[in-house]
Write a protein that binds this ligand. Structure first.
Ligand SMILES: NC(=O)C1=CN([C@@H]2O[C@H](COP(=O)(O)OP(=O)(O)OC[C@H]3O[C@@H](n4cnc5c(N)ncnc54)[C@H](OP(=O)(O)O)[C@@H]3O)[C@@H](O)[C@H]2O)C=CC1
Ligand SMILES: C[C@H]1O[C@H](OP(=O)(O)OP(=O)(O)OC[C@H]2O[C@@H](n3cnc4c(=O)[nH]c(N)nc43)[C@H](O)[C@@H]2O)[C@@H](O)[C@@H](O)C1=O
Length: 341
């Protein structure tokens, strides 16, 4: 059995990745919750790696949030992500990890990038201001993969996922990403018979939304590639960068209507253009991934139904009960406390 450490296994991506890896039957999966191992602690992280000796690592532990969380907590988004990355890369190298998949984000690309965004567009223009600290930490992660591959002949691959959603998402009203935020807002409006829902920004930005199980399957597919193919992706001559997405996007306006339909909300949708739009568009060019033989399977309408069912299963639906942090997992409650929710 191959021993794989999934860092951040309780998160959106970590949960889906653990499920995908477990279903293949090839892996012994090692996990540590943040409460057991704070990956920003370099000594503790090194000790863990030296004793657990994983063959592979999926690096899906990070400080993550939507546009407002990124804007309000730039220090945490920069520092925590840099600190976790420093510890994990050093420890992975010291303990002889054979393959690592580091999760970046499509927001690493320039704000006004040509579309669809090819991997080689990295660092060709200024970043979007609302998430620049997070994007810079992620760019440092890409550079770390490349530097270790060049200097120490490691096989560290940086994948750049598009916007993700799915079971176990963060439904915080202010700090989550748009899709779970809208599921919650439209649901609460329907349950309390409110006749209008406000959506942030102009509704014009375009986003590409991928279901988390597809992301987990993409990671499992990549880890499972034959040695030669994985080595080619992490060869020192080019940045070891791979986009993971669908290659098509929709406007926030269209998303709002889709969520409203899914939830069964019948009222009006209002766009609040005093709130930031963020990047106008960030649709990934996924030809490199398709050429490797992997394509996402879940269309948005289907994924949205699964996500909404997950939301209903996790959270009380009575209008008298608010969908608030006390109903979230320990992790979310802790996260909410940290970010001042
Ligand atoms: N969600 C999205 O739309 C996108 C996500 N990504 C990237 O994918 C990766 C995973 O994101 P996602 O699953 O959504 O994030 P989540 O917030 O759902 O999960 C993050 C996980 O990281 C763990 N974690 C955070 N800080 C630490 C720490 N100091 N020590 C140990 N563990 C820690 C948390 O552990 P615990 O639960 O134990 O507290 C949590 O399980 C991230 O790198 C993110 O940047 C990229 C593009 C889009
Ligand atoms: C994955 C990605 O996620 C973030 O970037 P983002 O794509 O801008 O993410 P978002 O999901 O927060 O917003 C998308 C769009 O949707 C609009 N919007 C409307 N109404 C709500 C709303 O209620 N909540 C939120 N969050 N957004 C809303 C919002 O104004 C924006 O135009 C970064 O963390 C980035 O670093 C990153 O990696």
């Amino acid at each position: 059995m191959i021993k794989v450490f999934v860092a951040g296994h309780r998160g959106l991506v970590g949960t889906a990745t653990t499920q995908a890896l477990a279903s293949s039957g090839k892996y012994e999966i090692v996990t540590r919750a943040r409460a057991e191992l704070d990956l920003s602690d370099r000594v503790a992280t090194r000790d863990f790696f030296m004793s657990a000796r994983p063959d592979f690592v999926v690096m899906s532990a990070a400080r993550v949030g939507g546009i407002l969380a990124n804007s309000n907590f730039p220090v945490e988004f920069l520092h925590e992500n840099l600190a976790i990355q420093l510890s994990v890369f050093e420890a992975a190298h010291a303990s002889g990890v054979k393959r690592m998949i580091f999760l970046g984000s499509s927001c690493i690309y320039p704000r006004d990038c040509a579309q669809p965004i090819k991997e080689e567009y990295l660092l060709t223009g200024p970043l979007e201001a609302t998430n620049r600290p997070y994007a810079l930490a992620k760019i440092a992660g890409v550079e770390a993969c490349w530097a270790f591959n060049r200097q120490h002949q490691t096989a560290y691959l940086a994948v750049m996922p598009t916007n993700l959603y799915g079971p176990g998402d963060n439904y915080h009203p202010d700090h989550s990403h748009v899709l779970p935020a809208l599921i919650r807002r439209f649901h609460e409006a329907r349950m309390s018979s409110v006749d209008a829902v406000t959506v942030w920004g102009t509704g014009n930005p375009r986003r590409e939304f991928m279901y988390s199980a597809d992301m987990g399957n993409a990671i499992a597919f990549l880890l499972d590639l034959p040695l030669k193919q994985f080595a080619k992706l992490t060869a020192p001559d080019a940045a070891p960068l791979l986009n993971v997405g669908l290659g098509h996007d929709i406007t926030i306006h269209e998303l709002a209507h889709l969520v409203s339909d899914t939830v069964g909300f019948k009222g009006k949708i209002i766009f609040d253009d005093t709130k930031p739009d963020g990047t106008p568009r960030k649709m990934l060019d996924v030809r490199r991934l398709h050429n490797l033989g992997w394509t996402a399977k879940t269309d948005l309408r289907t994924g949205l139904h699964h996500a909404y069912n997950d939301f209903l299963n996790r959270y009380p639906t009575s209008p008298s009960q608010s969908v608030a942090p006390q109903m979230t997992s320990d992790k979310r409650a802790k996260q909410d406390a940290v970010i001042g929710a």
